[in-house]
Design a protein around this ligand. Structure first.
Ligand SMILES: *[C@@H]1O[C@H](CO)[C@@H](O)[C@H](O)[C@H]1NC(C)=O
Ligand SMILES: *[C@@H]1O[C@H](CO)[C@@H](O)[C@H](O)[C@H]1NC(C)=O
Ligand SMILES: *[C@@H]1O[C@H](CO)[C@@H](O)[C@H](O)[C@H]1NC(C)=O
Length: 460
């Protein structure tokens, strides 16, 4: 099940069959850019939307600290033990490997004991704020596919902002605020992701959910990507078709999960009490043992391979596109404007290949042979039109799969897989119609939901 075939040639990472947690198989629909099929015209290439596998993106980033000399140990200093403020003879010394806590230790292999971590200097200059920016840069647009998880080795900071950039660090936007007291720290009402909805999913919130405490998991902070996906794909992300439909049609939503850089702004260390203990300032510092960022190169659905070479990520573009994100057509392939591939129709999407420039062909009939009409191919190749009844996707709520291409839904349901209550979409569910069991008993009024029907864009 979890065999993902990695062709690792030197610094190249590649996916062929993509089977990765936490989206087993489902994301894997888009793991091939083209395939050979047979039609009346003989063997031809059929092109499909495709994307690289989701992977651990911390292997490909550069980290920068501000202020640059904020790491502890130069000069050596002592600090108080985690959770024991009266044992203050621990040492940080940058020149002794066993006592050093350099930034790389935020990303090394965890699970060992004792764990390794980055640590800042202590709050010697109190009341001047102890603030640190940790900037993670990919020099490439990437799409986040799982929660960002930061594990603090000390207490979690009292105040922190996670920021993102989409333009290689030129401009920054907040992603989420974290505080023990949101109102006091940021003049924001505390919220949790669970308070959001499909329509407010892009709202930037301040959360107190991860405030300081010494309970289980109290060292961890999340930025909740999966909870946000779930507003579209359902609780266990079972209906990715619906999420894909929204990502396809709503640029703002797609951009929300896309970054080139992340910045963790540590604004106030864990104090844990109302007052800072000025006699023991060596109690206060930041320490991070692990940062998890999973995602994939953004290749606009024109590549399954993303190469890491010379410390740089680049999509290996197909469909005669080019550029670091496959964001334009190759020379001599500008017969129509570039456009990104599309996730729809599920499961193979639409490649939107770049086609030869008119001047470079000369003969239009030859043009047709080189570039077969994809929609006519779909009809002549029943295998790939299998949309609503395959190992991954099934019509839900009593819908039946018609000709393998669309679900016929009971009257009360809609959506590509009949996954949505019709009244929910119309915002008219009464108190007794929204919850109960689906009305399987009334199949007389079957409604055709077309494949593209789910793509009604949200208005943000
Ligand atoms: C951290 O970055 C922000 C901008 O994102 C900047 O305003 C602030 O001064 C920086 N703080 C430090 C300590 O460098
Ligand atoms: C792109 O163009 C080359 C010729 O330069 C052709 O062989 C190839 O099949 C084309 N691929 C796609 C996906 O359009
Ligand atoms: C492709 O084929 C479909 C169905 O055969 C037809 O409706 C459509 O007009 C064709 N498109 C082009 C660009 O030839």
């Amino acid at each position: 099940m979890y065999l993902s075939r990695f062709l690792s040639i030197h610094a190249l990472w590649v996916t062929v069959s993509s089977v990765m947690q936490p989206y087993p198989l489902v994301w894997g629909h888009y793991d091939l850019c083209k395939t050979q099929i047979y039609t009346e015209e003989g063997k031809v290439w059929d092109y499909m939307a495709c994307q690289p596998e989701s992977t651990d993106m911390t292997k490909y980033l550069k980290v920068k600290l501000d202020p640059p000399d904020i790491t502890c140990g130069d000069p050596p200093e002592t600090f108080c033990a985690m959770g024991n403020p009266y044992m203050c003879n621990n040492e940080c010394d940058a020149s002794t490997p066993e006592l050093a806590h350099p930034p790389e230790l935020m990303f090394d292999f965890e699970g060992r004991h004792p764990s390794t971590f980055w640590q800042s200097a202590t709050w010697k200059e109190y009341p001047k704020p102890l603030q640190v920016n940790i900037t993670l840069s990919w020099s490439k647009t990437i799409e986040l596919t799982d929660n960002i998880v930061i594990t603090f080795e000390s207490g979690r900071p009292d105040q922190m902002i996670l920021e993102k950039s989409l333009d290689y660090g030129r401009t920054w936007q907040p992603y989420q605020y974290y505080a023990t007291d949101c109102l006091d720290a940021f003049h924001m009402d505390p919220k949790s992701v669970k308070d959001l909805s499909q329509h407010t999913v892009l709202e930037i919130i301040c959360t107190e959910e991860y405030s300081t405490g010494y309970t289980t998991n109290s060292k961890i902070i999340h930025f909740e990507i999966k909870d946000r996906f779930a507003f579209f794909a359902g609780p266990r992300l079972r209906n990715m078709a619906s999420l894909y439909g929204q990502l396809d049609t709503t640029k703002k939503l797609r951009d929300f999960f896309t970054v080139t850089d992340l910045r963790i702004r540590l604004l106030r260390p864990a104090v844990g009490e109302i007052f800072v203990d000025e006699l023991h300032l060596a109690r206060y510092f930041y320490a991070i043992s692990d940062i998890k960022v999973r995602g994939r190169c953004k290749c606009n659905l024109h590549a399954t391979v993303c190469v890491y070479d010379n410390s740089k990520l680049t999509c290996e573009c197909e469909h005669n596109t080019t550029g670091p994100d496959c964001g334009k057509c190759k020379k001599n392939y500008q017969g129509r404007p570039w456009s990104p591939g599309s996730y729809l129709p599920i499961p193979k999407g639409t490649a939107n290949t770049c086609i030869p420039s008119i001047s470079s062909i000369g003969n239009p009939s030859k043009f047709n042979r080189i570039w077969p009409n994809i929609s006519s191919l779909e009809v002549s190749n029943p295998k790939q039109a299998n949309v609503c009844d395959n190992e991954l996707l099934h019509c839900q709520n009593g819908g039946t799969c018609h000709n393998n291409v669309r679900c016929l839904c009971p009257a009360a349901y809609t959506g590509i897989l009949c996954e949505k209550l019709r009244c929910e979409e119309a915002g008219s569910c009464g108190s007794d119609s929204g919850q109960g069991a689906p009305p399987h008993g009334s199949p007389a009024l079957l409604l055709l939901t077309t494949l593209l029907g789910i793509a009604s864009p949200l208005v943000f």
